[in-house]
Design a protein around this ligand. Structure first.
Ligand SMILES: Nc1ncnc2c1ncn2[C@@H]1O[C@H](COP(=O)(O)OP(=O)(O)OP(=O)(O)O)[C@@H](O)[C@H]1O
Length: 343
C-alpha cells in the first residue's frame, strides 16, 4: 500500500431508499442519515439533505417539498439523487480532497444501465476518482459475515425501506435472487390504510413508522401492547387521539409481510438442492431495518421450516459490506457488478 492510499479516504456507500450510510475505510460508518432532500419547488434549489430534510416531511409550506429520491428502491429522481449523493460524499470527506477517493456504492439488484450511469455521474461530480457498484444483497451478505466466497449456499434476506431482496449466494456470486418493491414503507402504508379504514383517522407516515417500531409485530406478541395515536379525524376534520393495540397492528401488517415471506419461499423453491441443504443447516440471515420488526424471524422460521438469524446490526450490514469490499481489492473485483474510472 502506497502513501497515497493513506490520504485517499476510500468510501463505501449504502444508497438506500430509507437511509444512506457512508463508510470510510479504516474508520467505519461516519454518516447515517435519511435519504431525504428538501427542495424549493419553483427553483429546484436544494435547501436541506438528510436528517434536517426528514424533519420537514409533512410540515413544509407550499413552495418547499421534502423528496425521497429513491422512493421504491430505484432512483425515482435522478437529479435529486445526484445532489444527495454529492452532499453525503462531501460531508464524509470533510476536508478538501487530498486525493480523490475511490467509492463502492451499493445499488438495488436489477438497476438499469441508465440508473447506473446516474450513480456514476453523481460520484464523479462529488469528486470520486473510481467507482464500483455492488448489488445490495451481496453487500448485505458480506456485511453480515456470511462466507460468500465459499462453495456453500448462504441465504440473505435484506428488508429495507423500499425493497426487500432475497438472494442465495455461493462462490462470490448470486445464484438466485428475487427483489420486491415491498419493505418498511409499504408496511407503514398498510398501517395508515388500516387506521383510516377502521377509525376514519388520517395519520402521517412518520406516525405510522413510529407505531410499527413501538408496537408492530409480524408474529403474535406474548403480551398485548398499546399506544396513543394522533391524527386528523376524516369526519370532523379535527385532530383526534386514539389507542391502538398490537394485535390490530399485527392484522394491519399481514398483507405486506406475507408477500415478503412468499418471496422467500419462491426463492427457496428455485434453489439448487445442494445449496438448499446448506441453507437448511446454516439458516437464513435477515438484514436491513425490516429485520428489526418484532417477530419477523419467528414467522419466517415457521413458514419455511428453516432456522432464521437476525444479523448483529441489521441497519449497518450493507454499508459494512461495501466497506469490507473496499478493504480487499481482490474481493472488490469479484463481487462488483460494474466499475468505472471517472478521472
Ligand atoms: N425497530 C424496527 N422495527 C421495524 N422496522 C424498522 C425498525 N427500525 C427500522 N425499521 C425500518 O427499516 C427501514 C429502513 O431500513 P434500511 O435502512 O435497511 O433500508 P434502506 O437500505 O434505506 O432501503 P432499501 O434497501 O429499500 O434501499 C424503514 O422502513 C424503517 O421503518
Amino acid at each position: 500500500m502506497g502513501v497515497l492510499n493513506i490520504f485517499s479516504r476510500d468510501l463505501g456507500i449504502d444508497l438506500g431508499t430509507a437511509n444512506t450510510l457512508v463508510y470510510i475505510r479504516g474508520k467505519g460508518i461516519v454518516i447515517r442519515e435519511p435519504s431525504v432532500v428538501a427542495i424549493r419547488s419553483d427553483t429546484r434549489e436544494v435547501l436541506a439533505v438528510g436528517e434536517e430534510a426528514k424533519r420537514m416531511i409533512g410540515r413544509t409550506p407550499g413552495n418547499i417539498v421534502a423528496i425521497r429520491p429513491m422512493r421504491d428502491g430505484v432512483i425515482a429522481d435522478f437529479d435529486v439523487t445526484q445532489e444527495m449523493l454529492k452532499y453525503f460524499i462531501r460531508k464524509a470527506m470533510k476536508r478538501p480532497l487530498v486525493v480523490h477517493p475511490r467509492v463502492v456504492i451499493s445499488v438495488p439488484s436489477g438497476v438499469t444501465e441508465v440508473e447506473k450511469r446516474a450513480v456514476y455521474e453523481a460520484a464523479r461530480q462529488a469528486g470520486a476518482r473510481e467507482a464500483y457498484l455492488i448489488e445490495e444483497p451481496m453487500a448485505a451478505a458480506i456485511g453480515a459475515g456470511l462466507p460468500v466466497h465459499e462453495p456453500t449456499g448462504s441465504m440473505v434476506v435484506d428488508i429495507g425501506g423500499g425493497t426487500s431482496e432475497v438472494a442465495v449466494i455461493s462462490l462470490g456470486g448470486i445464484v438466485t435472487s428475487r427483489s420486491l418493491r415491498i419493505g418498511g414503507n409499504k408496511i407503514d402504508d398498510a398501517i395508515i390504510f388500516y387506521i383510516k379504514k377502521e377509525y376514519n383517522l388520517m395519520i402521517g407516515e412518520r406516525t405510522a413508522e413510529e407505531i410499527k417500531i413501538t408496537i408492530g409485530s409480524a408474529y403474535p406478541k406474548e403480551e398485548e401492547q398499546d399506544m396513543e395515536v394522533r391524527g386528523r379525524d376524516l369526519v370532523t376534520g379535527l385532530p383526534k387521539t386514539l389507542r391502538i393495540t398490537s394485535s390490530e397492528i399485527l392484522e394491519a401488517l399481514k398483507e405486506p409481510v406475507s408477500q415478503i415471506v412468499e418471496a422467500i419461499k419462491l426463492t427457496l423453491e428455485k434453489t439448487p438442492p445442494e445449496l438448499a441443504a446448506d441453507i437448511m443447516d446454516k439458516g437464513i440471515m435477515l438484514t436491513g431495518g425490516g429485520a428489526l420488526l418484532d417477530g419477523i424471524d419467528k414467522l419466517i422460521a415457521q413458514e419455511t421450516g428453516m432456522p432464521v438469524h437476525i444479523a448483529e446490526a441489521p441497519l449497518d450490514c450493507v454499508a459494512v459490506g461495501t466497506g469490507r469490499a473496499l478493504e480487499e481489492l481482490e474481493v472488490l473485483r469479484r463481487v462488483t457488478i460494474s466499475s468505472k474510472n471517472l478521472a
